[in-house]
Design a protein. Structure first.
Length: 446
């Protein structure tokens, strides 16, 4: 009897240590890198350590890492606000779960039998490279406006015979080849573009160009510059919730026809290039332990303030072009603030520290703003695959090309596994979306 009691007490102490470690890990994601952990009974909010949003993110992160959803719902006196209180809640819930599992409960989370991996990727940019000086000349801008102010050295442009479909098909074919998959294996294709106009949709045209099966689903999703994340979210959700095995997520943008010189402010139009990206998502058994990147939880949303929506407005002008209203400086500041907040939110929800990431595949309006984001976030610039310096702002394909480059660069070196990849993008509004790709078995279990 005493032996059994000793075993039980030992297990309780291990759970208590583990609970404390999880709480401290999640708390650190919301503290400055050099910040010290507070004493165990310090009230996080009364001390000014966390505001209400940061407090919520810490609790969400603890629930995610521990795999116990709704852990803090209905706690007497409200959600815990100190390290000790949070650890006590987690230890009690872990003990309850351990007792349930010991009695053979079958209440395990549903949908845990499979994972979704990024099996292949590819990208393509317009075949013409136009130097910044030529862009400035055609838009009537002062010399060095694009190069000095924005940091863009050249933009990639689709040739006379290239359009969104051509770029999308090349990127998709490259992704399928990398995945070792045939077009006939694709169960769903999800396509996003901020420039394609017309019906049938770009998704339909790509389905036909790739000669996909008749029972392959076609979905066109929006989001503009955040479209990549929306496409990945839809594709991943389909594979997690249906018998489908392979999904293809594609972005493609050709800006030239709408952003013509003389009709749109060159300080805006001159920043854009043309490109496409594609990703093969594959459902696989959870016990798989190969060299795969696996999407974790997604974060989708829209800025709570209405003011950013007035920073940019794009609408048809009735003559085949666009009518534009934008405040470039204010929009840039808002974009940096929101991307920095989104990266920190992703870190909190995933339980991954930003410092552990191998790459950050983010939207990149221009190189200057990307450098500002790196400084504001305290992250090394070399971990951001730079797309916009040589190719310009590719719209929904900017983050897609950045992710394709990040996946290519993030390879195992010996026994060392690459770190997670953070994907974050903003669309006009500001609509936001992001996710964290975890390498192989490093995905937090839920």
């Amino acid at each position: 009897m005493k032996k059994n009691e000793g075993i039980a007490e030992g297990a309780r102490r291990r759970r208590a240590r583990d609970a404390r470690a999880v709480v401290e890990q999640c708390l650190r994601t919301m503290l400055p890198p050099e910040g010290r952990l507070p004493a165990e009974n310090t009230d996080w909010m009364a001390s000014g350590l966390l505001d209400s949003m940061a407090h919520s993110e810490v609790l969400i992160s603890i629930e995610k890492v521990s795999g116990i959803p709704d852990l803090f719902n209905g706690v007497p006196g409200g959600p815990p606000r100190s390290t000790k209180a949070a650890a006590d809640c987690l230890e009690a819930a872990s003990s309850k779960r351990a007792r349930t599992e010991a009695h053979g409960s079958d209440d395990a989370p549903t949908g845990a039998a499979s994972l979704v991996s990024v099996a292949g990727w590819g990208h393509c940019v317009g075949s013409e490279s136009v130097p910044a000086a030529a862009v400035e000349k055609e838009h009537g801008l002062a010399p060095d406006t694009i190069l000095r102010r924005a940091g863009i050295e050249s933009v990639a442009r689709a040739g006379r015979e290239e359009n969104e479909l051509d770029l999308a098909a090349r990127a998709a074919e490259a992704a399928l080849a990398r995945a070792g998959a045939k077009a006939s294996m694709v169960d769903h294709v999800i396509v996003t573009s901020e420039t394609f106009l017309g019906l049938p949709s770009l998704g339909f045209a790509l389905h036909r160009r790739l000669d996909l099966r008749e029972d392959c689903g076609v979905l066109d999703v929006g989001g503009a510059c955040a479209g990549l994340v929306n496409a990945l979210f839809v594709g991943t959700s389909i594979l997690r919730s249906s018998p489908a095995r392979l999904a293809l997520a594609v972005t493609a943008d050709v800006h030239g026809p709408a952003l013509r010189p003389g009709q749109v402010d060159g300080r805006f139009a001159g920043l854009f290039g043309d490109g496409a990206s594609a990703f093969v998502l594959r459902r696989m058994p959870r016990e798989s332990n190969g060299a795969h990147y696996i999407p974790g939880e997604f974060v989708l949303g829209c800025t709570p303030s209405s003011s950013p929506s007035r920073l940019i407005a794009v609408s048809p002008d009735g003559q085949g072009g666009v009518q534009l209203e934008f405040d470039g400086d204010a929009l840039g500041r808002a974009a940096v603030r929101q991307l920095d907040a989104l990266l920190r939110q992703l870190a909190a929800r995933s339980g991954c520290r930003l410092e552990s990431a191998s790459s950050f595949a983010t939207h990149q309006p221009n190189p200057r703003l990307l450098e500002m984001l790196a400084r504001q976030s305290g992250l090394p610039m070399e971990r951001f695959p730079v797309v916009c310096r040589r190719f310009g702002n590719l719209g929904s394909s900017t983050a897609g090309v950045a992710l394709s480059l990040a996946l290519e660069q993030s390879k195992p070196r010996g026994k060392a596994k690459p770190g997670p990849i953070f994907v974050a993008a903003l669309g006009p509004g500001l609509v936001l979306g992001g996710c964290v790709l975890h390498f192989g078995s490093d995905l937090p279990r839920s």
